[in-house]
Design a protein around this ligand. Structure first.
Ligand code: G3P
Ligand code: CA
Length: 305
């Protein structure tokens, strides 16, 4: 004997309607799909990207505001910079671990091999970061990461390379300023990328390579070549970009593309080498001298008839 009353088709449709309405009222509204950010659009651009290394560093002191301005005026798709933390935890734009090469720290404080991480942000703000360059740019300051990104993002996209510092500090800065996925973040330290991804999975990440060593052993030149193993590790990390030195070939680029990764190459300042890399299918070239790259790309373009 069937004890469960079978609803008539008419009652069934009323049940269904009531269920649908209840679900609609209880369900959170789906977010309207957001348009892709400029960084996202660049990563998917159907043309090779021109990326200014430490700003337009052939023409102005690297990692300073004039170098970033020159890069933007030169039409670079992205502007790369490097940062470390000061002793009080402020991200400061600088390439080297020490202040010696690109500031007047030795003249000011004496000694040598002066680590950026041993000085407060206030102390670092007193240094001259432009007089070492030829021609000199006296009076330039070491930018904070926040001021540099703010300057670049007014009309461009920043490629932030973390040299030192924890992931949480960078995540907080990008979240506070609304820069998540408006910039691209890259690092040689893949554990930093894993930490970052855990805290902020929306951000586009680039895995820099080749690593200098593995399991405490220095890698040979052959091991530094971009291969399927490296690509699979980067894919598993959740990074979207392989940012490699010139040890690549067309097969490695194809393998990366098959995994859905883009390949950007650093640091290329010679036109013929850039042309060779472009013929392998790389998606972006990082250069001190964007104009050389523009000329290479112009020469590769089909001639008008
Ligand atoms: O953007 C990649 C490139 O900048 C990595 O090398 O030493 O110039 O920071 P490095
Ligand atoms: Ca760099």
């Amino acid at each position: 004997m069937n004890l469960v009353p079978t609803p008539s088709p008419r009652r069934l449709s009323r049940f269904a309607l009531a269920g649908f309405l209840a679900a609609a009222l209880l369900m959170p509204a789906l977010p309207a799909s957001e348009p892709p950010s400029p960084a996202e659009r660049l990563v998917h651009a159907p043309h090779p990207l021109v990326i200014a290394h430490r700003g337009y560093s052939a023409w102005a002191p690297e990692n300073t505001l004039p170098a970033f301005q020159y890069a933007l005026v030169a039409g670079a798709d992205l502007v790369e910079l490097d940062y470390h933390h000061s002793s009080d935890g402020v991200p400061i734009v600088l390439h080297d671990t020490t202040l010696d090469r690109t500031t007047d720290a030795i003249a000011r404080w004496g000694g040598k091999d002066l680590p950026v991480a041993r000085r407060t942000a206030a102390e670092l703000a007193t240094l001259d970061a432009g007089s070492w360059f030829t021609p000199p740019f006296p009076g330039l300051k070491l930018p904070t990461l926040e001021s540099a990104v703010a300057a670049i993002q007014t009309r461009g996209v920043t490629l932030i390379e973390r040299k030192a510092g924890d992931a949480a500090t960078l995540v907080r800065l990008l979240q506070d300023r609304g820069w998540v996925n408006q910039v691209v973040v890259q690092a040689f330290d893949w554990s930093f990328l894993a930490d970052f991804r855990q805290l902020e999975p929306r951000q586009i990440l680039g895995a820099l390579g080749p690593p200098g060593s593995r399991d405490g052993r220095r890698l040979t030149d052959a091991e530094k070549f971009l291969n399927a193993d490296w690509i699979d590790q980067i894919h598993a990390l959740g990074a979207r970009l392989v940012v490699w030195n010139r040890q690549i070939d067309a097969a490695a680029v194809r393998h990366a593309h098959d995994r859905g990764l883009k390949v950007w190459i650093y640091t290329i300042n010679e036109g013929p080498l850039a042309a060779e890399l472009l013929s392998m299918g790389v998606d972006g070239i990082i250069t001190d001298h964007p104009a050389i790259l523009w000329r290479t790309l112009a020469r590769q373009a089909p001639h008008p008839r």
